[in-house]
Design a protein around this ligand. Structure first.
Ligand code: SAH
Length: 243
């Protein structure tokens, strides 16, 4: 019997991958994943066997992994960032259970909240929430409710999936909701292409963020009421300075 590893490969370049993830990719028989991610891994592991799939074929991809493992292969199902943060860990575990397969191990990776925060400074160095703006699988009403409560709770907020072709105005919609709860001067920031060529970062106010165009390779940060700018970096204090 084979085994399935669900591997978070980090935000992009190989150097952002954990040693354990790298070890698993080195020793597995086949690497399965969305083409954008297999393309990245292929650059440093060109001789591996790969199975690529298109976006929105997540469950088919999981079933294929179980079939391969039932054939005796050790399979690495890869996703960007962390496997358990908007990743393939839960769909794979659900599908494997349905198919009666249970030899699954989840290998963590550096999530965009963490790698993006490092680019900006220290925006989530206190309590924070992570919210995805994708309403593909979550109704917008629930997303809006979570945004409001996160704002009411004075959390720093990290937004994943802030935009797509169909959802070009979602960041604006989100900022408009936020502006009813928190100050327009709240410090915000965003990072594009974290850990890859073409990394770009920007720090601005919530009011300014409402008019920014970001793409799906961007992670957005909204500070809490104490977040400030220090030498161009976005910093959410822990509170030591006031002790
Ligand atoms: N499992 C991934 C998240 C997948 S959801 C993780 O843990 O990071 C996809 C969203 O993650 C993107 O829309 C974007 O908001 C964020 N993201 C993932 N990789 C990124 C990168 N290299 N640069 C910027 N944002 C990224």
């Amino acid at each position: 019997m084979g085994k399935i590893y669900v591997v978070g490969i980090g935000p992009g370049d190989e150097m952002f991958m954990t040693g354990l993830a790298r070890q698993v990719l080195d020793k597995c028989d086949i690497i399965v994943g969305y083409k954008a991610y297999t393309d990245i891994v292929r650059e440093y592991l060109p001789d591996k066997e790969y199975m690529e799939s298109a976006m929105k074929q997540e469950i088919d991809r999981c079933r294929a992994c179980v079939d391969l493992a039932n054939d005796g292969k050790s399979v690495a199902l890869i996703c960007s960032g962390d496997a358990g943060i908007y990743g393939m860990a839960s769909p794979l575990l659900e599908t494997a259970q349905k198919m009666g397969f249970d030899d699954v191990e989840i290998i963590p990776g550096i999530t965009a909240a963490s790698s993006g925060a490092a680019v900006l400074g220290a925006p989530i160095n206190h309590d924070f929430c992570v919210i995805s703006l994708s309403d593909l699988l979550t109704p917008w009403e629930l997303i809006e409710k979570r945004l409001r409560y996160a704002a009411k709770g004075d959390f720093s907020i990290v937004l994943y999936n802030p935009s797509s072709h169909k959802r070009a105005d979602y960041l604006k919609k989100t900022c408009d909701i936020m502006l009813t709860e928190i100050s327009p001067e709240t410090v915000c920031g965003y990072v594009k292409n974290i850990g890859r060529e073409g990394t770009e970062m920007n720090v601005c106010t919530l009011k300014e963020l409402a008019d920014k165009q970001v793409d799906m390779f961007t992670t957005v940060f909204i500070g809490n009421s104490n977040t400030k700018i220090i030498n161009g970096k976005m910093v959410t204090p822990r509170g030591y300075e006031n002790k």
